[in-house]
Design a protein around this ligand. Structure first.
Ligand SMILES: Nc1ncnc2c1ncn2[C@@H]1O[C@H](COP(=O)(O)OP(=O)(O)OP(=O)(O)O)[C@@H](O)[C@H]1O
Length: 249
């Protein structure tokens, strides 16, 4: 069996105020998988994501990324391996131009000159944003800023791309275009979402977190058609969306 890209074992975490957000979570994601992380508000999804690149460190249990433990001494390499795209692109874009924002991470890794420019152009090309390379990020639409935020992470050549609510605040065309981009990337994806049709469209596998515990881990079709599971964990399909009648993508 190959080493999982993400290997979370028995992860438990309480915030400093004593609130226990995770109770022994296990999650294994293998190279090339696209996995949706589902669950109601307050389930612990963001808390789990913050452990994947060491923003939070395990109260108990362990997190490994391609065999490397998430620990203070490995944080630089862990953050290269795990690219997190946060829900608000403005948390990620802070430079005067799109080029500078996308170059920031690889420049910190030591890339310079033509190699750095090539890395930036390649990352922007993968999200269809090369033509915007000289623009200030704050002049772009929200959907364009989200794509640039994805490029800032791709420029680090991560082993896993973690996306927090990638479809939120996108109009239907931008939502579909981002889905096409994500499908075209040759990278392992873990996607936190409340957008269940998006999970169905993009992720063959879904993990459901509820009250800090993994309550389901299986094919997205099986999860979304398990009416008892869905009702027990406050997951609701939008009106008219029935995975039973839609062929698995
Ligand atoms: N900084 C904090 N201090 C104390 N408790 C926190 C903190 N951040 C989150 N929590 C609590 O931890 C639990 C899990 O929160 P988390 O944000 O991980 O859930 P989530 O599944 O991402 O929710 P959502 O879908 O609403 O984004 C919640 O009960 C939340 O109130």
């Amino acid at each position: 069996m190959t080493t999982p890209v993400l290997d979370v074992r028995g992860l438990a975490y309480a915030y400093p105020d004593g609130h226990q957000a995770l109770f022994g979570v296990d999650l294994h994601v293998h190279r090339g998988e696209r996995v949706a992380l589902l669950g109601p508000n307050g389930a612990g999804k963001t808390t789990l994501v913050l452990h994947l690149n060491g923003i939070l460190t395990a109260g108990a249990g362990s997190v490994h990324v391609s065999g490397l433990p998430v620990a203070r001494e490995n944080l630089l390499e862990i953050r290269r391996r795990v690219g997190v795209v946060f829900q608000d692109p403005d948390d990620q874009l802070f430079m005067p131009s799109v080029r500078d924002d996308v170059a920031f991470g690889p420049a910190n890794l030591g890339l310079r000159g033509a190699a750095l420019e090539q890395r930036v152009v390649d990352a922007l090309d993968r999200v269809g944003m090369v033509d915007f390379i000289d623009r200030p990020p704050h002049h772009l639409s929200f959907g364009q800023r989200r794509r640039v935020a994805v490029a800032t992470v791709l420029a680090m050549e991560p082993e896993v791309l973690v996306l927090d609510e990638p479809s939120s605040n996108l109009d239907p065309a931008s939502r579909r275009e981002l889905a096409d981009i994500l499908r075209s990337l040759d990278v392992t994806v873990l996607m936190v979402t409340h957008d269940l049709p998006y999970a169905y469209e993009l992720c063959p596998r879904s993990v459901v977190l509820s009250d800090g515990v993994v309550v389901a881990d299986g094919s997205t079709r099986d999860v979304l058609t398990d009416d008892a599971l869905m009702a027990a964990h406050r997951l609701e399909l939008p009106f008219g969306f029935d995975p039973r009648t839609i062929p698995a993508p």
